[in-house]
Design a protein around this ligand. Structure first.
Ligand code: SF4
Ligand code: MG
Length: 330
């Protein structure tokens, strides 16, 4: 599969004031990510709250410019496509269907707004397209003239999906699209997303803290830790035989149900490190049960293993050959 969207050295830093004296610190929310999103795949992105998933999503949508690195869509820098050019090809579905729909607009007006903004079609053509899309997402056409408050959470998320699809995008970036919904409704929305992908040939970036959902929907998974991708693998391989100690910990942990609700229970003993003061060497080393002497000083390279890749000294063929295993206790 060829790369449709490709991030190279993608970095986003924010200046943050901290402490009593408001000292300026730099937060590297996304830190040097290389990632290719292939046509037709569902790339799941997982990691604890605060690992940079949502920042990465906004960058892939062209909503947040990088501080370093670049993103190319079909080989073209998205910077040159502009917001409008990007909106025609990459669309978002966000977590909260309650706050992402304008309460004063009807469903038809919400769904057709992107067409209006881009000056696509006549009013009658836009209306027809809107009704067609409502059909596709499983909403009755009579909902067109209702308001968001008259719909359930699942129905509102269907509206948000309809709004994303009305532009005929190639890529849909879903950031926790089912996290705000009741469990019973979550699977309906996931099934709808899968059906639409097949029917429309869509490519998804699917961000979630819910590993069961990602295992169900994704074809490949990127695991993020402190702004970096630490493991990238085909879904089955990742869940069956994770390489990175952090991935192993995630798979055996119970994450908090609410993104942003604090430190998840990873069973790793130590809390998630301060992103403003990330550990040197491997950023995971203070929590890693398999750390070695070099882990606290040398940042691991991202090395390829067949179709998968991992950033850990344990899996770096060169370091592995030259260094005896030496687990240190802190
Ligand atoms: Fe653990 Fe070292 Fe691998 Fe980091 S590089 S994940 S500390 S073994
Ligand atoms: Mg988030």
């Amino acid at each position: 599969m060829t790369a449709l969207l490709e991030a190279q050295g993608l970095t986003r830093s924010f200046g943050v004031s901290q402490g009593m004296f408001k000292a300026r610190r730099t937060l590297h929310a996304v830190n040097g990510i290389n990632l290719d999103i292939r046509k037709g795949e569902v790339l799941g992105i997982v990691g604890e709250s605060g690992c940079g998933k949502s920042t990465l999503a906004r960058m892939l949508l062209g909503l947040l410019p990088p501080t370093a690195g670049k993103i190319a869509l079909d080989g073209q820098d998205i910077h040159t496509l502009g917001r409008k050019g990007m909106a025609r090809r990459v669309q978002p579905v966000f977590q909260d269907p309650y706050s992402s729909l304008n309460p004063r607009r009807t469903i038809a007006s919400i769904v057709s707004l992107p067409l209006e903004v881009h000056g696509i079609g006549t009013a009658a053509e836009r209306r027809k397209k809107t009704l067609d899309i409502l059909d596709k997402v499983g909403l009755p056409q009579r909902f067109a003239d209702r308001y968001p408050r008259e719909l359930s959470g699942g129905q509102r998320q269907r509206v948000a999906i309809a709004r994303a699809l009305v532009m005929n995008p190639e890529i849909v970036v879903c950031d926790e699209p089912t996290s705000a919904l009741d469990v019973s409704v979550q699977s309906q929305i996931l099934n709808l997303l899968m059906d639409l992908r097949r029917e429309l040939g869509l490519t998804y970036v699917f961000i979630s803290h819910n590993l069961a959902v990602v295992e169900h929907i994704a074809t490949r998974v990127a695991v993020m830790y402190l702004g970096r991708v630490v493991e990238l693998a085909e879904t089955e391989a990742l869940f069956k035989a994770p390489r990175h100690p952090y991935t192993k910990a995630l798979l055996t942990s119970v994450l908090t149900p609410e993104p942003g609700a604090g430190i998840p229970e990873t069973g790793l003993g130590l809390a998630f490190p301060d992103p403003l003061n990330p550990p040197p060497g491997c950023p995971f080393h203070p929590r890693c049960p398999e750390r070695m002497a070099q882990c606290s000083t040398i940042t691991p390279r991202f090395t390829e293993h067949g179709r998968d890749a991992v950033a850990c000294h344990l899996h770096d063929p060169e370091l592995r050959a030259s260094t005896p295993r030496n687990v240190v206790t802190l």
